[in-house]
Design a protein around this ligand. Structure first.
Ligand SMILES: Nc1ncnc2c1ncn2[C@@H]1O[C@H](COP(=O)(O)OP(=O)(O)O)[C@@H](O)[C@H]1O
Ligand SMILES: [Mg+2]
Length: 122
């Protein structure tokens, strides 16, 4: 047998991505679930080539604050749970923090987001 070695993070991410995203439709499903979790009431889906060459999902949900966008594409980063107890009372479609990093590992990936401005000066 070849020597046992620990796979690099790059390879680990690609393997994990294969588990989350079997086909382009899986990416669309994950993105729509995120939109629903963000309380969107309008979700727009654009695809080319059956989703193989292009997928864009746009929603009018809560959005991701600017300073959290980098975290959103990190593996196991989620805003939906923060403790083990939360797992037993899940009220969101996602909670594992795996969809966006998986997509980012196997595609050219871009997020544009904005949130509602709080305390806007009059
Ligand atoms: N469409 C979206 N609107 C607002 N926040 C989003 C959206 N998509 C992703 N997010 C944020 O990015 C995080 C990571 O998303 P994801 O990788 O799908 O993990 P999960 O949905 O399991 O938390 C979410 O927890 C959420 O905070
Ligand atoms: Mg998700």
């Amino acid at each position: 047998m070849p020597e046992i070695k620990v796979l690099s993070e790059h390879i680990r991410n690609k393997i994990a991505a294969g588990e989350v995203l079997e086909r382009p439709a899986s990416a669309v499903k994950e993105l729509i679930e995120n939109s629903i979790d963000a309380k969107a009431t309008k979700i727009e889906i654009e695809i080319s080539d059956g989703g193989h060459s292009y997928i864009r999902v746009t929603d009018n949900g809560a959005g991701i604050p600017n300073n959290e966008i980098k975290k959103a594409v990190m593996r196991h980063a989620t805003s939906k749970i923060s403790s083990i107890d939360d797992i037993f009372k899940i009220n969101s479609l996602g909670f594992r923090g795996e969809a966006l990093p998986s997509m980012a590992a196997v595609s050219r990936f871009e997020i544009n987001s904005r949130t509602k401005r709080k305390n806007r000066a009059i």
